[in-house]
Design a binder for this molecule. Structure first.
Ligand code: DON
Length: 617
């Protein structure tokens, strides 16, 4: 094997980040923070960039394993913990959600109440830390460390030197703590909340940790690598909102304008940014600008956002292809082979059945487009199928809208059913519960599109869903013997063998020798093939008056699929040798038989060609 076949191609994302790192490394502006003496020891040249996706892939360049203390980047996570521990209203009583537009250490308390403006400035962060539950100071610290570790996906620990350095010099934060106590925002002496705050700020992380913590928020609160969930999705939204409006302090407005990703910076030089649903960024470079944000970190975020079009308000147009295919039941049918009269009926009535194959995530815009289309087409439609096989996610709002669509179609005397919905457990449960509570409507959900199509065809044909066994067909009325004289039919009959099969019995096995052709006179059989994933795929369902096994008979190759009786089934079987003898003795009978078989086959071929054309539009 030569090297071109063994070496993987370079990732374009990795190459981009390497280029970006090389271009930003020359930025020499900014000063390393010194107000916490221990932070002054940082090397201004340290520079790392990490990007983690919501499916757990990480791209990294530079000093991505260099430890540093998390500092203010801990604030959104502890705010989330306070929400989990105390609930939203208790937290809102203590801490506002308004950007202060001021520096991180400003004493921005709302006049009158003393409530901190938001949880990203120190006052609000100390208040949030005081809300962390725990039966002792150690327990609270343990919970904070465990929480941050769950976000990062590895055990994190404190940097004691930085903690002690801040504890011994954090006079301004102590002043803030006392102010909070005087307004009863803190209900105890401020020392324990302050100590916990200094400790949370001194948790040691690296750039990779920041990226995974960000990706966990981007992923709705579930760590994309470990699957652990440090926060519930409903609180992720609150945390990200605060980060978007307050995360960069007095740079917040410009940040949203230029970068447009909820973010948080820390004085040790870290920046964490989140693009919900897509990725998390972690950048580390200690020199800070006048507002306390990493100079290179800000530049990297601005560049990444514009180069990769990541601004959270630069929303792509809702996918025009949410409806992957839409067609009528006159064009594409189920795998049930219909009698000639039913086929004719469906050619006309089939237009009143519509199928909508959807794909992707069903968020509001997508489901709005789908429901608009279905409603527009509804005057000409009796039954509609939504196929969810390629739908990746149904949001709660989308599930509500689809439910409302089922109900509004029902009020107009129409039926909407769902197919391939097995992986949408949450949405289906929701629909079932709501419809059973309202009582008036039944929910129709089919495991496969094919079964939904059959159900809808039956509706259009006015057939009862409960199958009524059709009377056994006389051999002389079998369409494959059509056009033969009674004496010729007797001639064939003398060579036939009557066979009965129980429901579920295997009649033909794939790979077996093709030894007979079967004429069905009662019951139903299904032809199935096994897919690569082991699932059985129905190729056709045949009933009385139809024939199977003829193809392998004509070309004498082994059976290409299994045939199983769905119900008790009666057939006449014509063996290979008898078929040949019949041809030798009565070529005109054999000719007629082949002509009849060919007519059926050509009908099938025409239908399949139509379906291929319809589905390739
Ligand atoms: O409160 C302090 O001073 C620090 N422990 C954290 C400050 C911080 O990271 C501000 N962010 N840019």
């Amino acid at each position: 094997m030569n090297s071109s076949t063994t070496n993987p191609a370079a990732s374009p994302i990795q190459s981009y980040l390497e280029r970006l790192h090389a271009e930003c490394v020359g930025l020499r502006a900014g000063e390393v923070a010194t107000y916490i003496p221990e932070l002054a020891k940082a090397n201004p040249d340290w520079f790392g960039i990490c990007l983690a996706t919501t499916d757990g892939r990480i791209y990294e360049v530079g000093d991505t394993c260099q430890p540093f203390t998390i500092q203010s980047i801990s604030k959104p996570f502890i705010y989330g913990l306070a929400l989990e521990d105390r609930g939203r209203s208790s937290v809102l009583e203590k801490i506002g959600v308004e950007p202060s537009g001021e520096a991180f250490n400003s004493i921005s308390l709302t006049p009158g109440t003393g409530r901190p403006m938001n949880p990203m400035i120190n006052a609000g962060a100390i208040a949030a830390t005081s809300l962390v539950a725990g039966h002792s100071q150690e327990d609270k610290l343990h919970r904070i460390l465990s929480l941050l570790s769950l976000y990062a996906g590895r055990p994190l620990a404190q940097d004691t030197a930085v903690y002690e350095s801040e504890r011994d010099t954090g006079h301004r934060n102590r002043a803030i703590g006392h102010m909070l106590r005087s307004f009863d925002v803190l209900v105890e002496a401020p020392d324990s909340a302050l100590d916990l705050y200094f400790r949370q700020c001194s948790v040691s992380v690296d750039c990779r940790d920041l990226a995974f913590m960000a990706a966990t928020l981007a992923n709705g609160g579930s760590n994309p690598v470990t699957g652990e969930r440090p926060i519930r999705p409903e609180f992720v939204q609150h945390v990200l909102s605060i980060m978007a409006t307050c995360g960069m302090y007095d740079y917040a407005g410009e940040w949203v304008y230029w970068v447009g990703m909820p973010a948080k910076s820390g004085v040790s030089g870290g920046i964490l940014a989140v693009l919900p649903g897509q990725l998390g960024l972690g950048i580390f470079s200690p020199p800070l600008d006048a507002r306390g944000n990493s100079v290179r970190g800000v530049e990297v975020c601005r560049r990444v956002s514009s180069d990769l079009n990541l601004h959270f308000l630069s929303v792509a147009r809702p996918s025009a292809s949410i409806i992957r295919a839409a067609y009528s039941l006159a064009r594409v049918g189920s795998k049930r082979v219909r009698s000639e009269s039913d086929s004719l009926a469906l050619d006309g009535r089939g237009e009143r059945g519509r199928v909508y194959e959807l794909q992707g995530d069903l968020a509001f815009a997508a489901v709005e487009a789908v429901s608009r289309r279905i409603v527009e087409e509804s005057p000409r439609v009796e039954v509609a199928v939504i196929d969810l096989a390629r739908v990746t996610q149904i949001g709660d709002a989308a599930a509500e809208i689809l439910l409302a669509l089922v109900q509004s179609l029902a009020r107009a005397g129409k039926l909407l059913v769902f197919a391939s919905a097995e992986h949408q457990v949450r949405a289906v449960r929701f629909w079932r519960e709501r419809l059973s509570r309202d009582g008036a409507l039944q929910l129709f959900v089919f495991p496969e599109l094919d079964r939904a199509l059959e159900f809808c065809e039956n509706r259009l044909l006015g057939k009862n869903e409960v199958a009524v066994a059709a009377p056994t067909l006389q051999l002389s009325s079998h369409p494959t013997l059509q056009g033969l004289e009674p004496s010729q039919i007797l001639e064939i009959e003398s060579r036939l063998e009557r066979r009965s099969f129980a429901a579920g019995e295997l009649i033909v096995r794939r790979g077996d020798e093709a030894d007979r052709i079967y004429f069905i006179v009662a019951g139903e059989v299904s032809v199935t093939a096994e897919l690569t994933n082991g699932q059985l795929k129905r190729l056709s369902t045949l009933s009385a008056g139809m024939t199977f096994g003829e193809l392998a008979m004509v070309n004498r190759s082994p059976r290409s699929a299994d045939v199983r009786a769905d119900t008790p089934t009666e057939c006449y079987a014509l063996g290979v040798a008898e078929f040949d003898r019949l041809g030798e003795k009565h070529p005109e009978i054999k000719m007629k038989l082949l002509e009849n078989l060919l007519r059926t086959l050509s009908r099938t071929a025409t239908r399949l060609t139509g379906e291929v054309l319809e589905l390739s539009r």
